[in-house]
Write a protein that binds this ligand. Structure first.
Ligand code: NAD
Ligand code: WQD
Length: 338
């Protein structure tokens, strides 16, 4: 089977490309490299001895998509391409709606024209907003995301729902990721954010490696066990496996399917920090700061639907996530550039 992976040079896309190649799929990557470098795909090749075909281009380029579907017998699309920085999305809403919503619309139009109806979409737990209860199940209503990034994910989910209702040939998976972290255990494929990281674990690991001075902990007065925010961190390799299971499942059915991809366990900022210090053997200086606007106190998944329907479960512990992050960060203190 041949799979088109948009955004396949990015953090989650590159780990999933590796998993696809290892499982025997042929892979065509479409990425404009706006937040990645093709070094990630070279690392994939070095790890598994197989390579994806890399096409540098934009998912909003309809003519390019038409050409790709003409030249390759694509069976399904994994759609990772998009912009993901929450704070930036507040400052640049048009860019976010254009890339994330516009890109998804153009992709679906090109897919329909080519007769390709299998799609796995990278959604986010952010679509749940601020649920009153934990853990979060797929049957919970979606909320009102507080920023354009979250809105763009919800809009695309709704578009895909309408598409499946209107045209029974579509077979779509909406994968709602919780907090992906970690790196491949080779230590040569990992997360390489541009500039100062927005997310907790890349920030901590850059403090540990000496690129940043100290971590700001955004609030220690939440009603959680130690007062800091609680999240469901999931190893990126477990997440990549979830995509393969979802792909397998949508190949056998049509319609819209929603799966949470999380571990079902919540850890606080403080617990993550301590686990990282243990894995790296380095102290991580921190300072408690005011809460970050838009943050929820806690968020973790009920992953039982994916277990039941996909036979998928995350298996890697928080300690392993920290160990793998540190292996990657200490091997590549400047990411793919060094
Ligand atoms: P990433 O930025 O590392 O990967 C996205 C890739 O898409 C990058 O390689 C980028 O160059 C490419 N890209 C962006 N716009 C493009 C365009 N218009 N045309 C072609 N390529 C384009 O991000 P990631 O963490 O790997 O996330 C992948 C997907 O998962 C995104 O859709 C993101 O919103 C979603 N997601 C991520 C997280 C997370 O915490 N990392 C959580 C939930 C959902
Ligand atoms: C985790 C915890 C912070 C940084 C975001 C997006 C979400 C999804 C995943 C794409 C929180 C605290 C963080 C720091 C801190 N992305 N923190 N100091 O906010 O759960 O989710 O990424 O879809 O949509 O919103 O992840 O890693 O930013 O934060 O104290 O420097 O760490 O307050 O409690 P978040 P995160």
């Amino acid at each position: 089977m041949k799979i088109l992976v948009t955004g396949g040079a990015g953090y989650i896309g590159s780990h999933t490309t590796l998993a696809l190649l290892e499982a025997g799929f042929e892979v065509v990557v479409l990425d404009n490299l706006c937040n990645s470098s093709d070094a990630a795909l070279h690392a994939v090749e070095a790890i598994c001895g197989k390579s994806a075909l890399m096409i540098r281009g934009d998912v909003r380029d309809r003519a390019l998509l038409d050409r790709i579907f003409q030249e390759h017998a694509i069976d399904a699309v994994l759609h990772f391409a998009g912009l993901k920085a929450v704070g930036e999305s507040v400052r640049k809403p048009l860019e976010y709606y254009d890339a994330n919503v516009g890109g998804s619309l153009t992709l679906c139009q090109a897919m329909a024209a080519a007769g390709v109806f299998r799609l796995v979409f990278s959604s986010s737990a952010t679509v749940y907003g601020e649920p009153e209860q934990m853990p979060i199940s797929e049957h919970f209503p979606t909320g009102t995301p507080t920023n354009p990034y979250g809105q763009s994910k919800l809009i695309v989910e709704n578009v895909l729902r309408d598409l499946c209702a209107a045209e029974p040939r579509w077979s779509v998976a909406l994968l709602r990721y919780f907090n992906p972290i970690g790196a491949h255990d080779s230590g040569h494929l990992g997360e390489d954010p541009n500039g100062i990281p927005n997310n907790l674990v890349p920030y901590i690991s850059q403090v540990a490696v000496g690129s940043l001075q100290e971590l700001s902990i955004f609030g220690d007065d939440y009603s959680t066990a130690d007062g800091t925010g609680v999240r469901d961190y999931i190893h990126v390799v477990d997440l990549a496996d979830g995509h393969l299971k979802a792909l397998q499942s949508i190949s056998q059915r049509t319609g819209l399917n929603i799966w949470n991809l999380g571990t079902g366990d919540g850890y606080s900022v403080m617990q993550v920090l301590r686990a990282f210090e243990q894995a790296s053997g380095r102290p991580v200086p921190y300072r408690v700061m005011p809460r970050r606007a838009g943050d929820v106190a806690e968020s973790w998944a009920d992953p039982s639907k994916a277990a039941r329907e996909l036979g998928w479960k995350a298996t890697r512990s928080l300690q392993q996530m920290m160990t793998d992050t540190w292996r990657w960060q200490s091997n590549h203190p400047k990411g793919y550039q060094g």
